[in-house]
Design a protein around this ligand. Structure first.
Ligand SMILES: Cc1ncc(COP(=O)(O)O)c(C=O)c1O
Length: 397
């Protein structure tokens, strides 16, 4: 296989990297990545099979371990995040669970933001507890509480910024500085920002995880996940989980994600532009008595940090209605927005987190994370902003 030509003079812009990274061509001279739908790979001799398994000769072995289409996706997302290596997984949760299982062992301790995806909290509270790994949950934006939670056994800080669905932020540089002082690894779930808006590794984080299901695909088609970071760290701690436990991404899904990333910069610009228009529209709407939460609004308590840390403010807008009934009424009257638990689609999506994505948490945990019964989350799509706002307006009437 021939490698794509590399520009060694100056770093490429992210729009170019999204299209040209991870490119390889086979002897067929194709100009679009092929899908290698094969379970295993064949050798010319028993000795060659032995050499490839021993690592003495380069090559793929079995698609649970590596596959050329999956590798192309891994190289592309690693290039975008500025990481040495990417390891693809079957879903975002497979990526997060593999990081926990790979980096933590019995007796270790993790500090976890209270404002993370519901399944991440469930894995921490149930699976990690069973393995005798202790977890302390803290308020994301409250740096002193991260400092106070540190123990000699603390191995990981885990955050989402902005968080799902409360859109809270943390100062990543400050958090990473604190972690470095105590030899703690910082893992960032970069789903809401994507590398287009924020590159946590450049701000000092050690590992980035993604639910590629969201903006990397961008069209609500496939599940996928990825872990990005230092090659040595990933090969030692994460790759053995993939290889032996098998939370492997299918080559077909890898191909969809690889192609999806090509339009990521363009899509993110429009998502952010539309979300800003929607947030301003909702904020000024006389019929909306609830609070609008969007990091791009000057009323957001961490607007200044968002402006500094992110290129733009993302595609998620939340509204805090007075009650579950008001939230449900609002959601049910929408005609353009789809009611679903996903985000990051070209379509505008609406979710009631308390009864869907975070429904398996106790009410106490939900309240601590700020996920009230009135909270409505919008993932603003790429439709005309005027049409999205018209739909919201008719639902509010
Ligand atoms: C922030 C965040 N992280 C992780 C996940 C899990 O990803 P997946 O559904 O691909 O397993 C989600 C899913 O909604 C999410 O929103």
């Amino acid at each position: 296989m021939k490698k794509a030509k590399k520009n060694t003079v100056k770093p490429l812009d992210i729009a170019t990297t999204a299209i040209h990274s991870g490119r390889k061509q086979t002897l067929e001279r194709e100009n679009s990545l092929p899908i290698f739908l094969t379970s295993s790979f064949a050798y010319n001799s028993a000795q060659q099979a032995c050499d490839v398994f021993a690592g003495d000769e380069d090559g793929n072995l079995y698609s649970r371990f590596t596959n050329p289409t999956v590798t192309a996706f891994e190289e592309r997302i690693a290039a975008l995040e500025g990481g040495q290596k990417g390891i693809a997984m079957a879903s975002g949760m497979a990526a997060i669970t593999s990081v926990f299982l790979g980096l933590l062992q019995a007796g270790d301790h993790m500090v976890l933001s209270r404002s993370v995806f519901g399944s991440t909290i469930n894995i921490a509270n149930n699976l990690l507890a069973k393995l005798n790994i202790d977890v302390t949950q803290v308020t994301l934006r409250d740096l002193p509480s991260w400092r106070e939670a540190i123990r000699p056994q603390t191995k990981i800080f885990f955050v989402e910024t902005p968080s799902n669905p409360t859109l809270e932020l943390v100062d990543l540089e400050a958090l990473c500085r604190l972690a470095k002082k105590h030899n703690i690894l910082v893992v960032v779930d970069n789903v809401f920002s994507t590398p287009y808006l924020q590159k946590p590794l450049e701000l000092g984080a050690d590992i980035v995880v993604h639910s590629a299901t969201k903006y990397l695909d961008g069209q609500g088609r496939v599940l996928g996940g990825v872990v990005v970071g230092n090659e040595e760290l990933l090969l030692e701690h994460i790759y053995p989980i993939l290889r032996n436990a098998g939370p492997t991404l299918s080559p077909f899904n890898a191909w969809v994600l690889y192609k999806g990333i090509e339009t990521l910069p363009l899509r993110m610009e429009r998502h952010c532009e539309n979300a800003m228009k929607v947030a301003i529209f909702l904020n000024r709407h006389p019929k909306l008595t609830g609070k609008v939460n969007y990091p791009g609004l000057s009323s957001h308590p961490q607007h200044a940090l968002a402006r500094e840390q992110m290129k733009a403010y993302g595609g998620l807008v939340c509204v805090e209605m007075e009650s579950k009934k008001r939230a449900y009424d609002f959601i049910d009257r929408l005609q353009l927005a789809t009611i679903t638990a996903n985000l990051g689609d070209v379509k505008t999506l609406v979710t009631h987190p308390a009864s869907t994505t975070h429904s398996k948490l106790s009410e106490e945990a939900r309240n601590a994370a700020g996920i009230t019964k009135g909270l409505v989350r919008f993932s603003i799509g790429l439709e005309s902003a005027t049409d999205i706002c018209d739909d919201l307006a008719q639902a509010l009437e």
